[in-house]
Write a protein that binds this ligand. Structure first.
Ligand code: 6LW
Length: 519
């Protein structure tokens, strides 16, 4: 059997997975994006479809004016006695909380806040009905993993959280998940930090409270010593079994573009797991994780053709704003002012009305964005916009944070309607020369992305576009900014004044370099 990593490309990090019958459900972090906690479904672990977001009400996810990469960190999804639970941390709220639903494609409950501190909460349901809540924990020996018993009905802790394992010695023990096999409790965590030293480790005990014996082969997953042109920073894993009894791991990793740089975030990947003669899990047979995975699957054949790369299957996307609601892949920045968005005023148009926030700030500018999932991709938006003045702007942006974004925007220059490229990198802002365009004609705004640069073009629909400017992916890389956990989005926006009418948005992956040539 073969498949391609990442199975969910684009910045969908910190994956957690559960299975109900033949159906798998997976959630990832979402930070300052709203709605929060993207929710995916698959029936073969390889092809994934987003079926919504877990947190789609402000009462579930108040984000305020949070800083980039705050908001939602590291969710865990679990299924127990007919009910789904998702537990996570709102770094811009009151800490750790969980929500539940009996209908995975319906609404989730309001938050049930828990008093346990730390991040990366996880739930474990023991055979005797005890529910354990795990998270990072600052104990007498430093940061480790803490655990308490939880009353699931009320969210009350029935025991004081206490440290159960400090990890195998790597920094930042986090991302805990507890499993039970053959009567033993296996505690799997991430260590080393989510960057190039990232790793997954595991320990086991006869009791959920320990003492935990560290696996002699730790780390059971890491790329910290691999060549930089391979996936890096793999870790933050969760395990799931198949109906046939196989074990698989999901985790995140990064695809670098050049020396230790990545700009499309930490992406969800998949690898098979077997248990060795001593019962310890072995991920990917102890081999590195590769873009093209060829695995001997013990008992299962993926029912559909897997020749296409998973990332291609997540690939081509066309939005014509026809059906009165946005596709699930779109996100707002923090909680949106919904009065500035309309899909009903002009049928088959998305209307974006400038609010008081700008892309440069930490509010909620009028913006919808979707993750960049491919290095090589052609993106185009068709827009009707009549800017009132130079402050009136609308267009398409390659957005990483409020201090790192490239905006191909329509505005007014010297009294004329024009398109220009405004680039914000840290405290530096540049503007290209304006390209003057006709007043009344719809405009096609295009971004041609490759591994190292974005080329921005614009022109009246039906006419050949003019190149407006270029921008390096390097300057939108995570490594070029203060700790971000996110990645680049392609966004549509309006700011300053006026309403922009978007007729369509297309996302067409171009030919990627052959995986084998990436080495
Ligand atoms: C996540 C934690 C982490 O909660 O980053 O660096 C946080 N490690 O596991 C956000 O992804």
């Amino acid at each position: 059997m073969e498949y391609y990593n990442p199975i969910i490309p684009g910045f969908y990090p910190d994956p957690s997975i559960c299975r109900v019958g033949n159906d798998y459900y997976l959630v990832t972090s979402s930070f300052e994006l709203f709605p929060g906690v993207p929710l995916f479904h698959s029936d073969d672990l390889i092809h994934w479809e987003q079926i919504g977001c877990v947190l789609n009400r402000e009462s579930q996810l108040p984000l305020g004016r949070c800083q980039p990469s705050q908001g939602i960190w590291a969710p865990t999804i679990r299924y127990h006695k007919g009910r789904f639970y998702m537990v996570t941390t709102n770094m811009s709220g009151k800490g750790n909380f969980y929500v539940w639903t009996d209908d995975i494609r319906g609404e989730w409950s309001d938050p049930i806040w828990v008093s346990q501190k730390g991040i990366d909460p996880s739930l474990f349901f023991d055979d005797d009905g005890t529910v354990y809540l795990l998270s990072t924990f600052d104990g007498p020996k430093g940061q480790g993993i803490g655990q308490s018993i939880l009353d699931l009905e009320t969210g009350k802790l029935l025991t004081e959280p206490k440290p159960v394992w400090y990890g195998s010695g790597g920094k930042y023990p986090e991302g805990p998940h507890l499993y039970k096999w053959d009567g033993l409790y296996y505690l799997m965590i991430a260590e080393g930090g989510t960057e190039y030293g990232h790793m997954e480790t595991i320990a086991r005990s006869r009791s959920p409270w320990g003492p935990y014996e560290s696996c002699p082969r730790n780390p059971i997953l890491t790329h910290r010593d691999t060549a930089l042109d391979q996936f890096q920073a793999v870790g933050h894993a969760d395990l799931v079994d198949t109906p046939d009894g196989e074990l698989w791991a999901v985790f995140h990793g990064i695809r670098t573009t050049q020396y230790m740089l990545h700009h499309i975030g930490r992406e969800t990947m998949l690898a098979p797991v077997y248990r060795d003669k001593d019962g310890w899990p072995v991920i990917s047979g102890g081999n590195p994780i590769t873009p093209h995975m060829r695995v001997t699957s013990i008992k299962r054949e993926v029912p559909r053709e897997t020749g296409k790369a998973s990332s291609e299957s997540a690939g081509a996307f066309q939005e014509h704003f026809d059906d009165g609601r946005l596709s699930y892949c779109w996100s707002y920045l923090r909680n949106p002012d919904t009065a500035n968005y309309t899909l009903s005023t002009r049928p088959s148009f998305l209307g974006l009305t400038a609010g008081c926030d700008f892309l440069d700030g930490c509010g909620s500018p009028t913006f919808i964005g979707r993750r960049q999932q491919h290095f090589f991709v052609n993106v185009q938006a068709v827009v009707e916009f009549s800017p009132e003045n130079e402050n009136s702007q609308a267009g398409i942006t390659v957005f990483h944070t409020n201090e790192h974004h490239y905006d191909l925007l329509v505005t007014r220059k010297n009294g004329e309607k024009a398109v220009l490229l405004r680039k914000r990198v840290g405290d530096m802002i540049t503007e290209s020369q304006p390209v003057y365009v006709p007043e009344k004609t719809p405009l096609a705004l295009s971004v041609q992305a490759s591994k190292l640069e974005y080329i921005f073009s614009a022109g009246a629909v039906g006419e050949s576009p003019k190149v407006v400017g270029k921008g390096r992916t390097q300057l939108l890389s995570t490594e070029c900014m203060v700790s971000t956990f996110t990645g680049c989005l392609f966004g549509l926006f309006a700011q300053g004044a006026g309403t922009a009418w978007f007729d369509s948005f297309t996302y067409l992956p171009a030919c990627e370099e052959p995986a084998e040539e990436k080495r």
